[in-house]
Design a protein around this ligand. Structure first.
Ligand code: BG6
Length: 496
């Protein structure tokens, strides 16, 4: 092993603790992602994984559980050996997040003082338990040595501006910023990273990427799933906190940021913060014009009937939590002044589809008189994030024939060749945590500024508790969302 490699491996953690190991996040995202990293040969031989949870389980019970979670990934005989290697990394530790003794037991289990004691603590727990867990880690001395152990915090980081600031103060009391990984898994998605390449590696794009050419930007994250078994969290959070404040705002920053001086953590995050700081604050009296919320009623998705939000398990029957949120923002800087950014997200929409749609301005002169005005659609650039990862550009060409008519064609570019597979967002980000790269994680000022932008909407909606518009499950949201548009020729773009 050469010197540099040895140094790097000494920096790698050898324990990875999952708090909330039996929860949804671990089952749906973390365990499959860790297994994929095993598959890719990216987990160091000495990495052990400690599953921490309240269930009265033994390590054998836990291993059975992991097998069941991964069963659809084990399609080839060779996977069995891989699975055994993966399972051999685990220990199960029964513990209570609120009980200090559990953390002492964890500390004893990790055995500090051995050749490698660097540990990652992944808080895959309810946001309401973050502060308790952080304080108890400190009591058991697990925040030490400073700069070594890492703590990963899921979004939403706080419930509003104030609670985010409190959470951050507690974190900083016991952990240095270099130890803190605030995760927003959308930043790990391949298309989102591709957007950086698309913008900053192609000189033909950048000159057009501003208020002189762009009419408006739409960012849609539509999901067909409902809230699954997450009512306890979701009914308190709602779509604005769950998705818009973090995932959609992050997408907005990546679309709107200036080129950073270098592609490294702080340079990137400085540019994103500048965007958030430039967003025009929404005055209380303007919230209605800038934001729309709604909740799904019953309907059909893929021809299957689904119940309304209020009938979901463990949701209050009179809940007015929003499952759809849309908002309009202006970025008051030289590049973007006057260009509206429309963001929307919702559960129980017709299908899972996330897309950034950029509409360009009309040409300054109407040359093609034979083409009816209404069919001169402006150019669009569409970046699909999921389920497919692709880019589409809509341009006009001449229709064959004697007349000078135009029609729109799409130039389609898939980001993947047929023989390629992307890594999932969590694979990318977990590897970054393990390797200590914080570029794709949220610095506190990003979270803080995103809360500043969202807070007026949040406050307004918290007071207005009488009524919430609805939309049928399986639709693209409430008609009210159309009122955000600045002009009549702007409409939500649902399809590629
Ligand atoms: C999570 C939200 O952060 O993102 C969920 O809490 C949402 O409500 C999920 O379903 C969507 O992520 P993905 O990667 O499955 O599109």
């Amino acid at each position: 092993m050469d010197g540099a490699k040895m140094d790097q491996s000494q920096n790698l953690p050898c324990s990875f603790v999952i708090f909330g190991a039996t929860g949804d996040l671990a089952a749906h995202k973390l365990l499959p992602a860790l297994f994929d990293l095993e598959h890719a040969g990216r987990l160091a031989d000495n990495l052990s994984i400690i599953a921490f949870s309240r269930r009265e389980w033994t390590t054998d019970d836990w291993l059975e559980y992991v097998r069941s979670i991964l069963k659809n990934k084990l399609d080839q005989p060779s996977c069995q050996a891989l699975l055994e290697r993966f399972l051999a990394r685990f220990r199960y530790l029964r513990g209570d997040l609120k009980d200090v003794d559990s953390y002492h037991a964890l500390a004893a289990d990790i055995a500090p003082g051995s050749a490698c004691s660097r540990t990652v603590f992944y808080l895959a727990i309810r946001p309401a338990d973050f502060v308790t867990a952080i304080k108890n880690l400190k009591v058991a001395g697990l925040n030490e040595p400073r700069g070594m152990n890492r703590v990963v915090i899921e979004k939403p980081f706080g419930e509003d501006l104030e609670s985010a600031q409190v959470l951050n103060r507690v974190l900083h009391q016991y952990f240095d910023e270099e130890q803190i990984y605030r995760i927003d898994h959308f930043l790990g998605k391949e298309t989102v990273q591709n957007l950086l390449v698309f913008r900053f590696a192609n000189t033909i794009i950048e000159p057009l990427w501003n208020r002189n050419f762009i009419d408006h930007v739409q960012i849609t994250v539509a999901e067909s799933i409902g809230i699954e078994k997450r009512a306890g969290y979701y009914d308190r959070a709602g779509a604005l906190r769950d998705m818009l404040q973090n995932h959609l705002m992050q997408l907005l920053t990546v679309v709107a940021m200036e080129p950073p001086p270098a592609l490294e953590a702080d340079a990137l995050r400085d540019e994103k913060v500048k965007v958030l700081r430039s967003i025009r604050p929404i005055a209380k009296r303007a919230v209605h014009a800038h934001a729309v919320r709604a909740q799904y009623t019953h309907g059909n998705i893929d021809r299957q009937p689904v119940v309304s939000y209020q009938q979901e398990e463990n949701v209050e029957p009179d809940s007015i939590t929003e499952t759809f949120a849309a908002a309009k923002f202006y970025i008051d800087n030289w590049r973007w002044r006057g260009v509206p950014f429309y963001l929307r997200t919702g559960k129980r929409m017709p299908r899972r589809h996330s897309m950034i749609a950029i509409r360009f301005k009309h040409p300054p002169q109407q040359l093609f008189r034979e083409t009816p005005l209404e069919s001169i659609d402006p150019n669009w650039v569409l970046l699909s994030i999921q389920p497919e990862e692709s880019m589409h550009m809509e341009i006009h060409v001449k229709q064959p024939g004697l007349d000078m008519n135009t029609r729109v064609i799409q130039m389609n570019a898939s980001f993947l060749r047929t023989d390629e597979q992307t890594l999932g967002a969590y694979e990318t980000l977990l590897l970054d945590v393990i390797e200590g790269d914080r570029s794709l994680f949220i610095r506190f000022d990003e979270a803080e500024w995103a809360w500043r932008v969202i807070d007026p909407i949040l406050k307004f909606w918290t007071v207005e508790r009488e009524y919430i518009p609805t939309y049928p499950a399986g639709s693209w949201g409430p008609a009210e969302a159309n009122r955000l548009f600045d002009s009549d020729d702007q409409v939500w773009r649902n399809e590629l």
